[in-house]
Structures are given as structure tokens and as C-alpha cells.
Design a protein around this ligand. Structure first.
Ligand code: NI
Length: 262
């Protein structure tokens, strides 16, 4: 069974056929999906999806690019909703220096504020980090005291950076990029990261694996990522899916531990 640990089914890319697509997930071998919020609005939409579909859970939080107008009231809202049984993580939160705005100080402030929120709620964190390797690592190193579990979503840094996060017990989100032709650096890091630390994810509608690169992604495509990872780790695809399923349940510990067939 596939466990998609990071998806955005509330995205408008799914407006035309969301219901049809999601109701066909079991036929595609998908057992669980965690839909991830990226703004206050998408965190609300995530909660609605999680309420509607038994196999969908939610992460709520605000992506660094959406932090410009955040308020303490928003933090209060997130904190209250985090008690919902279907909210299983805070995220995605972090730093994104690929874009010029919001300025770095604003991004850092709300990254640290949402890490504190995760500490208060005890929920794991989903970290988004793009072109901001050093600052992300420094902030996470400074957050050891109330630390909860964390995953570096769409891990795209070096093997050396992976070692730093492994030393702090982080998980690594790996998806379609692993199948790209120019994935040499990621293949090297993925080869180094132990299987027990890998979570499979789509980040859909983005980052479709080959041969669907550039097209809309969906959770069934994780099978292609599992195949590539199996090749790299000298395992079978089934072994990769079974291990990463277990990892996802260890990480999202609020999700009931049902057998694989759900
Ligand atoms: Ni995402």
C-alpha cells in the first residue's frame, strides 16, 4: 500500500475532478494521504478534506512564502485546530529564499513561531526549505529543547546536509525528483539515508515522476518513486512500500495503526 505523506489535493489543479480522483485512490493502491496546508486558507481546506475522506489526514501551517500578513490570532486558530483527531502535523513551515518576498526576517520569525506551536501541541513538523540550507539548519539546531519529530520535505540538499539532519533524528521526504535525469545529488543522498528515515511523498499537483514529469501529479505515481528507490537500495518495490508505510505511521503517530489493507 502507498502512503502519500505530503499532498495538496485542495489545490485548484484538482477542482475539475477532485472527487472522482480521490474516490479512485484505493484502486491505485493508496491507503493513506496526508494533505498539507500552505496558507491559512489551505489549512482550512485541508481540514475540510480530512473531515470528508476517512483515509485523508491533515497538516496545518503556513508556508514561508505566505507569512507576510500572519497574526497571533492565526497562531491561536492553528493551535485550537491542532487538537482535532485528524490533524496530525504542523506544516508546511520553513524558509524559502528562492523568492525575494517576504523578507528573510519575516520568514524566520514565523518559522520559529510555528516551531514553538508544534512544541506546544506535541505534533511533528513538516519542513519546507529551499535555497536556505544554512539558516534552516541553524534554526532547527536552536530548537532542540521542545523538539518534536520532523521531516525535511522534498529533500534536495547534499549528503553532508543529510548527515546533519540524521544526527538530529529527522525524516526525509522523497518524491518524483528521484526519477529525474538530473537527480545525481539526490540519488547520492538517498543512497546514504537509511530506509527507516525515508517518507514517500508526491507534493502533488507538483513534481510528477518520470515519465509524467511536468504533468499533474497524484498519489498513485508514488509507485514509480518506490521502484526507483528499490533499485537504488537493492530491495523490491514491495519492501520499499512496506517499510515507508511503517515509517509514515511512526512519524504521524496520531494516525491509527491499522493493518496495511485499509
Ligand atoms: Ni508541499
Amino acid at each position: 500500500m502507498i502512503f502519500d505523506t505530503h499532498a495538496h489535493y485542495d489545490d485548484e489543479a484538482f477542482d475539475q475532478d477532485r472527487e472522482e480522483l480521490l474516490s479512485g485512490m484505493h484502486q491505485k493502491g493508496v491507503g493513506y494521504i496526508v494533505n498539507v496546508g500552505a496558507s491559512m486558507e489551505s489549512s482550512q481546506r485541508t481540514m475540510a478534506l480530512a473531515a470528508e475522506y476517512p483515509f485523508i489526514y491533515g497538516a496545518i501551517g503556513v508556508h514561508p512564502s505566505e507569512t507576510e500578513n500572519l497574526t497571533e490570532e492565526d497562531m491561536q486558530w492553528l493551535k485550537e485546530r491542532s487538537a482535532d483527531p485528524k490533524v496530525v502535523a504542523i506544516g508546511e513551515i520553513g524558509l524559502d529564499y528562492h523568492w525575494e518576498t517576504p523578507e528573510k526576517d519575516i520568514q524566520k520569525k514565523w518559522f520559529e513561531r510555528q516551531l514553538a506551536l508544534a512544541g506546544e501541541t506535541g505534533l511533528p513538523v513538516i519542513i519546507h526549505s529551499r535555497d536556505a540550507a544554512r539558516d534552516t539548519l541553524d534554526i532547527l539546531k536552536g530548537w532542540q529543547k521542545e523538539k518534536t519529530k520532523g521531516v525535511i520535505h522534498c529533500f534536495a540538499y547534499t549528503k553532508e546536509m543529510a548527515r546533519e539532519y540524521l544526527n538530529m533524528d529527522y525524516y526525509f521526504g522523497i518524491g518524483g525528483v528521484l526519477t529525474f535525469k538530473n537527480a545525481r545529488r539526490l540519488l547520492e543522498a538517498a543512497d546514504y539515508i537509511p530506509m527507516e528515515r525515508i517518507l514517500l511523498e508526491t507534493d502533488c499537483p507538483y513534481l510528477s515522476p518520470e515519465p509524467y514529469r511536468g504533468k499533474r501529479n497524484q498519489s498513485g505515481h508514488i509507485e514509480l518513486v518506490a521502484e526507483r528507490l528499490a533499485e537504488l537500495k537493492k530491495l523490491t518495490k514491495e519492501e520499499v512500500l512496506a517499510q515507508t508505510w511503517q515509517n509514515a505511521l511512526d512519524f504521524y503517530s496520531k494516525i491509527p495503526r491499522k493493518a496495511q489493507a485499509v
